[in-house]
Design a protein around this ligand. Structure first.
Ligand SMILES: Cc1cc2nc3c(=O)[nH]c(=O)nc-3n(C[C@H](O)[C@H](O)[C@H](O)COP(=O)(O)OP(=O)(O)OC[C@H]3O[C@@H](n4cnc5c(N)ncnc54)[C@H](O)[C@@H]3O)c2cc1C
Length: 456
């Protein structure tokens, strides 16, 4: 065997499994394989001047490379079982929280020591939300910010690089089961290992499906969340964001009884685009450094769609809607809430009259031509509801960027150790379908490393 442990994907899942395995047994021969670049070589070419929107780079600087999809994220590590994944279903609620707290300790030790940990368990805002049929989910959140998140990743990389083998720009094409262990292939090269952990994230979702098919591992896919990114003046949401930073609020709509939720809140942040397998969608982040604050807050409003028989490919449904917005707007579309309600397109002229200055240069357009009626009605209903706890949310100039799609990976059949039906082959992080967040993905990596190399 070339290695004791092969890890595919250097996102939070892969990094934390490597970190914990190395810590538990420094003698281990560990190899980490990553499609993208090392941290300092990761770059998105959009500069807002020469390149204004996504040009579909062969390797996306935002999604791929050391740090995974989380590298330029807002670095919000939510410590909770209420959202961000269902790791607790495999490891138990208490252990899941312990693992997330441990990840937090590592982040703090590696550069996050001056960042804030917010708690929302005892806030009066919970009551205020409840009075308006809005439900605030419980969590503690460490906000590293995009800048400190980068520092933490740099420090983790420096600890890993002298102890394990890291292969960048190495896309693994195939995983083969050997009599004892596994062999993985990238172009004309291959490596063998006793144990293999796959942590290829959301960008590796399709790849994961193919690997599961080739190895006879069962999967299912029935969920996708569709919505918009809302951008409004910071002061509109400041009561919530100053105290809680991130508030996950869920509302069940009267009309369709669908659940709509706020997601990924970025006080004083910026809206950005994101490219998943050639499809451009919208996202957002913010910085910890006050010098990089903007005047706006952005967050996503997402409608959950769970499909039943006979439809099986929820991600394709989400992709088709995102493709529509890409077709009409050449990328992301932006519309003022007032224009949407009046049934008119936002034009460059109407945008110029707006009191809210967009932080992302999207194409002014009409989201009602893109988002299906059901989801759009749900979003409008939620905006009016949020207006009751954060007055100003339903203002004319509130900006809606579309579409934001939260793709859920295939759910891979794994046992309580996150091990597949093949002994020694583990699937962790977002590509397993079990996690959808930095903290859960990282925790799943620690969990498997401890199962393999800790005291049993
Ligand atoms: C813009 C943005 C902002 C976000 N903000 C937050 C946030 O604030 N808080 C939060 O909790 N979550 C956030 N998320 C989600 C979070 O980043 C993910 O949940 C998390 O990164 C998942 O970790 P992972 O290790 O499972 O996968 P990923 O981070 O996706 O990492 C997987 C890695 O595997 C590599 N890979 C894929 N296929 C292969 C292959 N075949 N061979 C080799 N390598 C491969 C990829 O290049 C990638 O680097 C954000 C995501 C984005 C895109």
């Amino acid at each position: 065997m070339d290695f004791d442990l092969l890890i595919i994907g250097a996102g939070p899942g892969g990094i934390f499994s490597a970190y914990e395995a190395m810590k538990l047994n420094p003698e281990l021969k560990i190899a980490l394989f990553e499609t993208g670049h090392s941290l300092e070589r990761r770059k998105c070419p959009i500069d807002g001047v020469k390149i204004k929107s996504c040009i579909n780079c062969p390797i996306c600087g935002i999604m791929n490379g050391f740090g995974g999809a989380g590298a330029f994220s807002d670095g919000k590590y939510n410590i909770t079982n209420e959202f961000g994944g269902t790791l607790y279903e495999y490891v138990g609620k208490q252990q899941a929280i312990e693992l997330m707290n441990y990840v937090d300790e590592i982040n703090v030790e590696n550069g996050g020591q001056n960042t804030r940990l917010f708690h929302n368990q005892n806030t009066h805002l919970r009551k205020k939300c409840m009075e308006n049929d809005l439900h605030l989910l419980s969590a503690s959140v460490r906000h590293l910010g995009t800048d400190i998140n980068y520092v933490v990743l740099e420090n983790l990389y420096n600890k890993l690089k002298d102890n394990i083998s890291i292969f960048f720009n190495t896309h693994i094409d195939k995983v083969e089961k050997l009599e004892e262990g596994y062999r993985i292939f990238s172009k004309d090269k291959s490596w063998s290992g006793t144990t293999c952990i796959i942590s290829t994230g959301r960008s590796g979702s399709k790849w994961m499906g193919n690997i599961c098919e080739s190895l006879g591992i069962s999967t299912k896919s029935n969920r996708v969340d569709i919505g918009v990114r809302v951008e409004l003046p910071y002061s509109v949401f400041s009561e919530l964001t100053d105290e809680l930073y991130e508030s996950k609020i869920v509302y069940r709509t009267k009309k369709f009884q669908d659940k709509v939720r706020t997601f990924c809140m970025n006080p004083r942040g910026v809206v950005v685009s994101e490219n998943t397998n050639g499809i451009v969608t919208v996202n957002g982040h913010s910085y910890e450094d006050p010098a990089r604050f903007t005047d706006n807050t952005n967050f996503a409003l997402l409608v959950s769609n769970n499909f039943t028989e006979p439809f099986k490919n929820s991600n394709e449904y989400g992709e088709s809607i995102a493709r529509l917005s890409n077709m009409l707007g050449g990328g992301v579309i932006v519309q003022r809430f007032g224009d949407l309600i009046r049934g008119q397109r936002s034009t460059p002229g109407r945008m110029a009259e707006s009191f809210v200055t967009p932080t992302y240069n999207a194409t002014p357009g009409d989201l009602s031509l893109v988002i299906p009626k059901r989801q759009l009605d749900d979003i409008i209903e939620m905006i009016y509801q949020l207006d009751k706890v954060a007055p100003g949310t339903a203002n004319d100039d509130t900006l809606l960027y579309g579409v934001e799609v939260k793709f859920y990976n295939l759910e891979v059949e794994i046992d309580e150790h996150l091990e597949t039906c093949h002994k020694g082959l583990f699937v962790i992080g977002d590509c397993s379908g079990v996690t959808h967040s930095l903290s859960h993905a990282s925790a799943s990596g620690v969990y498997v490393a401890r199962y393999l190399y800790g005291n049993k």
